[in-house]
Design a protein around this ligand. Structure first.
Ligand code: ARG
Length: 767
């Protein structure tokens, strides 16, 4: 402890960098405001977050619940990443008109393409409701009771907050169940595709460059939010009009320099910064390698079929990219948890915690069980981790057929239940009411049926049954071979008995017999609506049994279940106490809450770094790097000819930097994670300078331990985005819509200490 303290002190004196850990809640920005000003923020707190007046937060949206987008024009134009719009772009692509490959830019509103399943969500307001929630809990409750009560009271609070409005709301837990906040949202469901560069720009570098710097990817796409003619959120309708947003971000052409202030707003999904040493060990040894081993196989199966057939390549492009993204993520996370000595760093924190707890009887009483509970919990659930990953990754998300069967069956069940309820209600209704009661229920039935029909169409739109049969055989065979029998779904026994444990023969039979292996039979099953028959279908049986294993945490064995339940309780409680204790132990440290898909703001500065000894990474890339990487024989680096010509001619117009080069991407030490994809990078004056899309390889452990010297956000420079829109695609209509800012004073720059690149050092502990 002492030794560390002197280390830390020495470190501070030599290197006056600031650690940018923290995805902060917009409501609580006053805690960071002075610091942000010091680094170059020029806006007032009211301009950042206000409930009554329009503010910066009104330009930030949750894009489909999985990414972030920002409003960049007074006509509801939304900027996000190419990889966020990927599913939508793919859904509008065919072999004849492949906009994934060619790119697409609408030249008028009429050309913009609707996306029935896409929505964007604006934050109306947030509120600290910790007091209300905690008042309804007691110390004697078990963790399970506690969570049940939190969801009951959370729902009450959310219902109250949205009474007589069209808003949605929820209450989310922070700091492992120690604080609670209410979020009220307004959701818009008519979101149309406006533009996307060709994949060879939007995904330039492919999986090879993914999660790495230096980068040359134009990872952006554009959408537009539409409202009803009177300006309200509405489902798609032809007469809808472009939204009039409360705020849109001006776009700066002034560029970035080392040391410039940046802030990123968005919806980070999840981080695990309070993870214990036991959890780090579990991630390294059990969880991560298991995900990687299954995804390796899934990627191989998909690739075989995608290489053979252009239509399959389009149909599976988005599925493939999703699997590949977190396949590489977990490879990188494991590698960097080791390189960055995260386990040792966690041990140091836990040792300090134990010392602090043991120094006072009152603390001892409150916190001494925290780490013991965690240790016991991990010891109990370690043996089930692999099985749990398998049931999800190889089972439910392996082939598509089982999950589809499970969902279809649920739809039919709810149809049958509604039918029964209708009978009863009609019988009990007064004579003159019978017709209207019947009508009500018939409308419900029609809605369920229409939903099922839509899900059939969606499922088979991007489907190759041969691929999926092969996927089923391969993933289940691996599951069977690698996981102990006690953790198998029930039907594995039948495969043993009837197919000698050969999942290839089993898969052939499933696809031969199931009504859910082709669209025609599935439509027939919908017309029949026979619950008994549906339940006997292989797809449904597999889906239901896999779900049962998944829900119970990796096994259906009774004794094991009791052990797992107890472990889960201990784990929840252990983290709740450990997190509360850590915050009490360091009252002056502003601990940031983990990401949980709520709106956050993180700030920092543009900055280079040393990834390895003697290797220096500059803070920005230019189009020269596209020329260097371009390779017509490698689909990942096959830059479009037109782009290469524009670059060769240095035809950059107003998008060039001071040296006459075209900037492409840049890095900054803000704290982001998955879900932040598409987030705006904003300068000290509230202007858009980039669009965040990735993190860097050397800090892939960052979701578990923020690496203050190494961790960087990777963003597309907004000048590259505009260059592609304007010079490459010729979509002047979009450029004309924007509020462009050029020149003006650059005063905010001199106020800042640049983040000097710091050689990575193990000693940078404990901060
Ligand atoms: N790693 C990025 C993220 O998770 C996604 C990048 C998509 N590009 C790709 N080549 N797969 O935000």
């Amino acid at each position: 402890m002492k030794k560390l303290f002197s280390f830390a002190l020495a470190f501070c004196l030599v290197l006056p960098t600031f650690a940018n850990e923290g995805m902060w809640l917009p409501l609580l920005l006053n805690r960071n405001y002075a610091d942000m000003q010091k680094y170059g923020l020029q806006l007032t707190p009211e301009q950042l977050y206000s409930v009554n007046n329009s503010s910066l937060k009104d330009a930030i949206v949750s894009f489909g619940g999985f990414c972030t987008g920002e409003v960049i024009s007074s006509n509801g134009l939304i900027l996000t990443n190419h990889h966020c719009g990927y599913g939508a772009i793919q859904s509008h692509s065919t072999v004849e008109d492949n906009i994934l490959e060619k790119g697409f830019f609408a030249k008028s509103y009429a050309e913009e393409k609707p996306n029935p399943d896409l929505f964007v969500r604006f934050l109306v307001r947030m509120e600290d409701v910790t007091g209300k929630v905690l008042a309804s809990l007691s110390d004697t409750m078990s963790e399970t009771e506690r969570q049940r009560q939190v969801s009951v009271i959370g729902k009450q609070i959310a219902d109250e907050a949205t009474k007589d409005t069209e808003y949605d709301a929820n209450v989310r837990s922070f700091y492992h169940g120690n604080e609670f906040y209410l979020f009220v949202y307004e959701t818009y469901r008519d979101v149309r595709l406006v533009g996307a560069p060709p994949e060879s720009v939007g995904k330039f570098g492919g999986d090879t460059d993914n999660w790495m710097w230096p980068r040359h990817t134009g990872d952006f796409s554009m959408f537009r939010v539409y409202t009803s003619p009177d300006g309200k959120p509405a489902a798609y309708a032809e007469e809808n009009i472009p939204m009039k947003p409360k705020h849109h971000l001006p776009v700066s052409l002034n560029g970035v320099q080392e040391g410039d202030f940046t802030m990123v707003w968005g919806y980070p999904g999840s981080t695990d910064r309070y993870l214990s040493s036991f959890g780090v060990k579990q991630a390294i040894n059990l969880y991560n390698p298991t995900v990687v081993e299954i995804r390796d196989l899934k990627l191989k199966v998909m690739k075989t079929y995608m290489d053979k057939d252009p239509a399959t390549r389009i149909a599976y492009a988005s599925k493939y990219a999703q699997v590949a993204n977190y396949w590489k993520y977990y490879i990188g996370q494991t590698e960097q948890l080791k390189n960055n000595n995260v386990y040792a760093k966690k041990l140091v924190i836990e040792e300090d915690f134990r010392d602090w707890v043991n120094r006072e009887p009152a603390r001892k009483k409150k916190y001494s069980s925290a780490l013991t509970m965690l240790e016991e919990a991990y010891k109990a659930n370690d043996p089930y981790v692999k099985g749990k990953v398998y049931v999800l990754e190889a089972g439910l998300l392996g082939s598509d057929i089982a999950l589809f069967g499970y969902r279809f069956n649920r739809g039919v069940e709810s149809y049958k239940a509604t039918e029964a309820a209708m009978k009863k209600a009609v019988k009990e209704a007064a004579k003159e009411e019978k017709e209207s009661v019947k009508g009500e229920y018939e409308a419900k039935l029609a809605k369920i049926k229409a939903g099922l029909e839509a899900s059939i169409q969606e499922h088979f739109k991007d489907y190759n049954a041969d691929l999926d049969r092969d996927m089923l055989a391969n993933t289940l065979q691996l599951y069977y071979n690698n996981i102990p029998a006690a953790q198998h779904p029930e039907f594995f026994e039948e495969v043993e008995d009837d197919f000698d444990g050969d999942f290839y023969r089993f898969a052939a039979e499933v696809f031969e017999e199931s009504e859910f292996s082709n669209q025609e039979d599935a439509m027939e099953a919908l017309e029949d609506m026979k619950l008994k028959k549906v339940r006997k279908d292989w797809a449904v049986r597999m889906g239901n049994e896999l779900i049962a294993v998944y829900r119970s945490g990796g096994t259906t064995d009774e004794a094991a279940l009791a052990v797992l339940d107890a472990a889960e309780d201990k784990q929840e409680k252990g983290y709740r106490l450990f997190t509360a204790g850590l915050r009490e132990m360091n009252p002056d440290k502003n601990y940031a809450p983990d990401a949980n898909s709520t709106m956050r703001m993180t700030y920092g500065t543009v900055g280079s770094y040393y990834p390895r000894d003697a290797v220096f990474y500059a803070h920005s890339t230019t189009a020269k790097g596209i020329e260097e990487k371009a390779d017509p024989n490698d689909f990942e680096f096959n830059a479009p000819d037109k782009l290469l010509k524009l670059i060769a001619n240095k035809n950059f117009g107003q998008y060039a930097n001071a040296e006459g080069e075209l900037p492409v991407c840049f890095i900054h030490n803000t704290d982001i994670t998955g879900g932040n994809s598409g987030s705006p990078v904003i300068n000290g004056k509230g202007e858009l300078i980039g669009c965040a899309f990735d993190g860097n390889w050397e800090a892939m452990s960052g979701d578990i331990f923020f690496e203050k010297d190494l961790q960087r956000t990777i963003s597309v420079d907004v000048r590259y985005i505009l260059f592609i829109v304007d010079k490459y695609a010729g979509a002047k209509n979009i450029i004309n819509e924007l509020t462009l800012v050029k020149g003006g004073d650059q005063d905010n720059r001199k106020a800042m200490d640049p983040v000097k690149a710091v050689e990575p050092s193990v000693e940078a502990l404990n901060n």
